[in-house]
Design a protein around this ligand. Structure first.
Ligand code: SAM
Length: 218
């Protein structure tokens, strides 16, 4: 997320909208490589009340067809405007909300499932966001995730990742070095499935990518 996109008035500026459209086009290009089929399979299985956290421009909405109701949270005004357009065409009822993953405005146990796609890399305080996710999930509820994480295997990619992470964080708002799998476990979730993908060329630093599901304690 570009820092300039956060905060500000609820109505997006032209610049925020242009940046959101740019982001949307960029993300679509990832689809043929890996994200489309993985996202479809993982999100397609979510049922009941689903929270799409850091929903961006709504790319996950078509895949959440098994949900009874989706709450799509996105704090960036430009992305939220495109998200609202997509929500109207979604296969299930979608409510779009401006909220912060670190302070979710929902009561305990409000959702049966939460999906985080490339969100836990950008949230300010990851542990706090995961505690909030756990709080708003019903006991035994599902956290579905697709997240790029820190490269732990020594080598050129790990070195490159560490080098480009600070400027990437400053420019795009996402941190390449997060140990998200450990953070999900530390928040009390139990993994039901987890896969580690390295779908891009050896020097692309936004990998490995972990995908899977974990359940909240009962
Ligand atoms: C890389 S984008 C992914 C968007 C979408 N999930 C997708 O797959 O296209 C990360 C999103 O997380 C949102 N985000 C960042 N910090 C957040 C926070 N504290 N609470 C909720 N969303 C946040 C950003 O605004 C951004 O749209």
């Amino acid at each position: 997320m570009a820092p300039s996109e956060t905060g500000g008035p609820a109505r997006p500026t032209r610049r925020q909208l242009a940046s959101a459209r740019c982001y949307d086009r960029l993300m679509r290009r990832a689809d043929p490589y890996w994200e489309g089929p993985v996202r479809r399979r993982l999100l397609g299985g979510l049922t009941g009340r689903v929270l799409d956290l850091g929903a961006g421009t709504g790319k996950s909405l078509p895949d959440l067809a098994g949900a009874g109701h989706v709450t799509a949270v996105e704090p960036a005004p430009g992305r939220r405007a495109l998200l609202a357009e997509r929500a109207r065409r979604a296969p299930v009822p979608v409510e779009v909300a401006d909220a912060d993953a670190e302070r979710l405005p929902y009561p305990d146990a409000s959702f049966d499932a939460v999906c985080c796609v490339l969100m836990l890399c950008s949230v300010g305080d990851q542990a706090r966001a995961l505690a909030e996710i756990r709080r708003v999930l019903a006991p035994g509820g599902t956290l579905a995730f697709i997240e790029h994480v820190r490269e732990e295997e020594p080598g050129a990619r790990a070195l490159l990742q560490r080098a480009v992470a600070p400027p990437q964080r400053a420019l795009l708002g996402c941190d390449l070095r997060r140990r998200t799998e450990e953070a999900i476990g530390a928040a009390g979730f139990a993994f039901e499935e987890i896969e580690r993908h390295r779908p891009f060329g050896p020097l692309v630093p936004s990998q490995p990518i972990i995908t899977g599901r974990a359940s909240a304690p009962r």
